[in-house]
Design a protein around this ligand. Sequence first.
Ligand code: G
Ligand code: G
Ligand code: NA
Length: 254
Amino acid sequence: LESIEDIVLALEKREFVLFYQPKVNMQTGEVIGVEALIRWQHPVRGLIPPLDFLPVIEGKAISLELGERVIENALTQISQWQSAGLNLPISVNISAYQLQQDNFATRLAALLSAHPEVNPYCLELEILETSALNDINKVFATMSACNMLGVRFALDDFGTGYSSLTYLRRLPAQLIKIDQSFVRDMLEDAEDCAIVEGIIGLAKSFRRDVIAEGVETMHHGRELLQMGCELAQGYGIARPMPAGDIHEWVSNWK
Ligand code: G
Ligand code: G
Ligand code: NA
């Protein structure tokens, strides 16, 4: 793991970059957006993955600064793609700690107002570690305020952790992401398959969109489509890639 001091310096030196992983509709072939995934572009050691540095700063003020920078960079990227004729929503990962800050919606509004050219509907926030959300009424209020700004939410890693169902019922998230652990083994494991099927059914009952993550093969994709899940993300579609590669990938897709 990295040291906090090095991470603070890296933030000052703007060494954090976003990679983007496409999300598609397997039924229509449409690219529905991309998920932003942070990496540390270290001048000597190359790309450092998020799990080597995010846990070091989790719950600390510096993670809030980094979290804002990620949203800022995503908005700038949406704007740049838009100017190049590419309308691509970006989903950004946010920690439970970040979402539970009192000023979260206010800060988000400020970031959006710096980009009046960007439709807030193009920004989606994926809530990580929902089991770490402790005051559901407060989180509901924050999310509603963000919804009013036009920003949408996704519940990440759905099905893992505690109280997923309470969060589905109570929180205004428009999308749920089926955790990749269930998707990976769904073709061999009848119980994982049942969980995937159950989550798709729940999403439909609650009128939420549902996306499968960790779709590694066409076979997985076909099976998911048959189960009624049209949206997918995973190595079988595309790996996370630098922003500069996205335009060409979108042009060549399908
Ligand atoms: O890209 P990779 O699979 O290495 O990401 C590992 C984990 O890091 C994922 O669970 C992802 O949600 C998380 N992660 C990636 N980018 C960000 C980010 O910008 N902010 C936060 N809080 N988590 C991120
Ligand atoms: O939990 P979250 O959605 O933030 O996780 C995204 C992480 O999962 C990223 O680090 C990404 O690199 C990784 N990932 C994306 N697609 C696949 C896949 O098909 N298989 C595996 N093993 N990991 C994936
Ligand atoms: Na995510």
